[in-house]
Design a protein around this ligand. Structure first.
Ligand SMILES: Cc1cc2nc3c(=O)[nH]c(=O)nc-3n(C[C@H](O)[C@H](O)[C@H](O)COP(=O)(O)OP(=O)(O)OC[C@H]3O[C@@H](n4cnc5c(N)ncnc54)[C@H](O)[C@@H]3O)c2cc1C
Length: 388
């Protein structure tokens, strides 16, 4: 396996590091966490740099770039904060990839150029109050009214909710039970009958919009159908690239925490010597670096095998599961190295630890990922549902 970066990728990463220094991303990350407000001018700058939608089709304004380039950019920016990487994530590995892969020409023309310029974004809307891991039990449904669909239901924990221009809603069509009845339709912000709940106040990822969606007899034109019922597998396959983005966020946060901890260990003295001279601190840093590198190898394998297409479910699940656990461990160890200062909001570590916690739930829990991996290892499906 060859994970060496191309010249262009190396140049991109250098330019992001320079940008981070120039634009004071460390300070910006603390500011976003404090105010819970995302700076929208950052999106404009990213668009000018060609960072938004680089993986999308060039025919519609993207750059046909391999997912690896976007993943590396997300990782680099997430070293400062996942919030600083958020729009690069959404526009390259988010729900817009479903539109790019399975949408109609009309849908692509309406959405992709706007995603690349930063004017549009697409939220993925799967989770419901009574259906999270058990997604195939979702109850949001559409009725076919003869010349349009009528959508009713509720979604929760939707990232980007309130701010995104478009919502890819996983919904049941008619009375068909289980996954066979689930498809995906596009709902535009402002559609009559489509409203938002109050914004969530999460432990971390502060500044990331997230709330409930309510659909009350929302009229949806037939042209907004993206994935017809029966093709649920396509929805889930595309979601695996989003999972690699989730993993890249973990690599970034852990990389940021490792950098901070290493620097602190060289600066901080105790017993008249820098704490990096204590063997336990050295071993802690070595363990952090080792776990981070192991996660990188798993995540890069999934993304590099995907090329311009989709990753294998097995590799994406394994990469995400390992990276999700790794980032919790690495940020926790970083906090220990910082001593009392790690627990203070004056330093970035407590924010990194809070931000680290989200990823093992968002995008599918650790348990659900293990169930997926186990079923592939054994070559059979293990039905989780209790018989009725
Ligand atoms: C920061 C964040 C961002 C999110 N963004 C989005 C988004 O943009 N769009 C979206 O649709 N959703 C989003 N979600 C929701 C997320 O996908 C769900 O929270 C997740 O899938 C788990 O669903 P749940 O919360 O209903 O937990 P549940 O499904 O109720 O699970 C509760 C616990 O039970 C465990 N469990 C359930 N079934 C099994 C089983 N069979 N075996 C073993 N353990 C099991 C779970 O692993 C978990 O630990 C987001 C969540 C977070 C925290």
């Amino acid at each position: 396996m060859d994970f060496s970066f191309t010249k262009e990728q190396t140049m991109l990463l250098d330019s992001l590091r320079d940008m981070g220094k120039r634009e004071k991303f460390k300070e910006l990350a603390a500011e976003i966490d404090k105010t819970r407000v995302m700076p929208h001018d950052l999106t404009k700058k990213y668009a000018e740099m060609g960072l938004l939608g680089m993986t999308l089709s060039s025919e519609y304004g993207g750059a046909d770039e391999e997912s690896m380039t976007a993943i590396l950019a997300i990782e680099e920016l997430a070293k400062f904060s996942p919030m600083i990487a958020a729009t690069v994530f959404e526009s390259n590995v988010g729900a817009v990839r479903v539109i790019d892969m399975f949408g109609t020409d009309e849908q692509k023309r309406a959405i992709i150029p706007g995603v690349c310029s930063g004017e549009h974004s697409v939220s993925v809307c799967m989770t419901e109050p009574e259906a999270g891991s058990d997604l195939t039990s979702l109850s949001t449904f559409v009725e076919d009214k003869g010349d349009h669909y009528l959508l009713n239901g509720r979604k929760c924990f939707i990232t980007g909710a309130g701010e995104a221009s478009h919502y890819l809603v996983y919904t049941r069509f008619g009375e068909i039970k289980g996954y066979k009845g689930i498809g995906g339709i596009l709902v535009e912000k402002g559609a009559p009958g489509f409203t938002f709940g109050k914004q969530e106040e999460f432990m971390g990822l502060r500044g990331m919009p997230s709330c409930d969606l309510f659909f009350d007899n929302v009229k949806i034109p037939y042209e907004n159908l993206v994935i017809k019922p029966g093709d649920f597998g396509n929805l889930m396959l595309t979601f695996d690239i989003e999972r690699c983005g989730n993993s890249a966020m973990c690599l970034g946060v852990a990389g940021g925490a490792l950098e901070e901890a290493k620097k602190y260990a060289m600066d901080r003295t105790a017993f008249n010597r820098p704490i990096c001279e204590f063997q336990d601190v050295q071993f802690t840093i070595a363990d952090m670096a080792m776990k981070l590198d192991a996660a990188k190898l798993l995540v890069y394998r999934a993304v590099s095998d995907a090329g311009k297409g989709l990753p294998s479910i097995y590799e994406a699940s394994m990469g995400k599961c390992f990276a999700n656990e790794m980032v919790k461990e690495v940020t926790d160890k970083a906090m220990q190295i910082f001593g009392g200062y790690g627990y203070s909001t004056e330093f970035p570590i407590e924010r990194m630890l809070r931000d680290a916690r989200a990823w093992s739930v968002a995008g599918g829990t650790l348990q659900m990922l293990r169930i997926t991996m186990a079923s592939m290892i054994f070559g059979r499906r293990f039905d989780q549902r209790k018989p009725e």
